[in-house]
Design a protein. Structure first.
Length: 311
């Protein structure tokens, strides 16, 4: 057998092994991608089930609050109508909650916990005065705190969804679709608060609202910096004649870069925060524990410290 033939066989064997390795790599990437998709689907299903469970709990209470709302709104000094409406809009009016319902919910929970505290104190239970003072305040303040939390969470979700949303719209625009049609197509496929905002934008455009004014309404309803950057870029791009697909693509790249910088910034801030917790909480607690043990040892065993004369 000639040496050239052996070299050719070895070369073919290496090439076959390389192709097999590449095939295994692609199979592994496919499996990983599939697992990620399954995890994403499971998370979305879990979020939907949690949402349904929360709606089952809150819906009857919200209906009662809507009924009581007009009575609660008669006490105008207890509510900040403008701020409450703004927070509800930023939270996306969860479960159809209106300003009247929010005020009624605060009234219902406050009066309900006040009644519970009075009964609790009449029964002579422990911490009766504490519950009588604290529980009504918690009941009255909790709905507003809940709405503030939902508003903050919704704006964070909008910021997180922005890069993928922009990429999808950019690809759709490159296929020759107009901006309005691309937004309709993408918002029908994607779920979440960002899609809801642009669906509302499309409805306003259909009703004859000027485009610039509809963009301003998006900014008024949201505090997301990423969304504000996109809207301002779209307005400036339309004024300067920049292609819309280019605007979406550049914004997606910028947002991904900003996300990386933010992650690094949070990681850099984590160490000083841990140091502060250790310095002001852990270290004093350990110090007090050591001092307390020494004091108890001196108190109950003074002979070991030569203090038996004093005790």
């Amino acid at each position: 057998m000639s040496p050239y033939f052996e070299i050719l066989v070895q070369l073919l064997t290496v090439i076959v092994l390389i192709f097999i390795l590449i095939g295994f790599v692609f199979i592994w990437l496919y499996i990983v991608k599939k697992e990620k998709l399954l995890v994403h689907l499971q998370k979305s299903k879990l979020m939907k089930s949690r949402r349904k469970f929360a709606e089952i709990i809150w819906k009857p209470l919200i209906k009662a609050a809507e009924y009581v709302g007009p009575t609660a709104q008669q006490y105008k000094l207890m509510f900040d109508f403008e701020k409450d409406e703004q927070m509800l809009v930023r939270a996306g009016n969860p479960m159809g909650l209106t300003q009247k319902g929010l005020h009624g919910l605060r009234f219902v929970l406050g009066m309900g916990l006040l009644s519970f505290s009075i009964i609790y104190s009449f029964l002579g239970m422990p911490f009766a005065l504490f519950s009588l003072l604290l529980l009504p305040i918690i009941g009255f303040a909790f709905p507003s705190l809940w709405i503030m939390y939902l508003a903050k969470e919704r704006q964070e979700i909008i910021s997180t969804m922005m890069p993928d949303f922009l990429d999808t719209v950019s690809i759709t625009l490159q296929a020759g679709v107009s901006l309005d049609a691309a937004l309709r197509q993408v918002t029908n496929q994607m779920e979440g608060p960002l899609s809801e905002e642009f669906q509302r934008f499309n409805r306003e455009i259909d009703l004859g609202v000027p485009r610039r004014q509809a963009f301003q309404h998006i900014l008024d309803r949201n505090t997301s910096k990423e969304l504000e950057m996109l809207v301002n870029s779209l307005v400036q791009g339309s004024d300067l004649g920049v292609p819309v697909s280019t605007t979406f693509r550049v914004q997606a790249e910028n947002l991904r870069a900003m996300r990386g910088y933010r992650a690094k910034e949070k990681a850099a801030k984590a160490s000083p925060q841990v140091t502060l917790v250790t310095t002001f909480l852990v270290a004093p607690a350990v110090f007090l524990l050591i001092i307390g043990l020494l004091f108890l040892n001196m108190l109950y065993n003074p002979e070991a410290f030569g203090l038996d004369v004093w005790f």
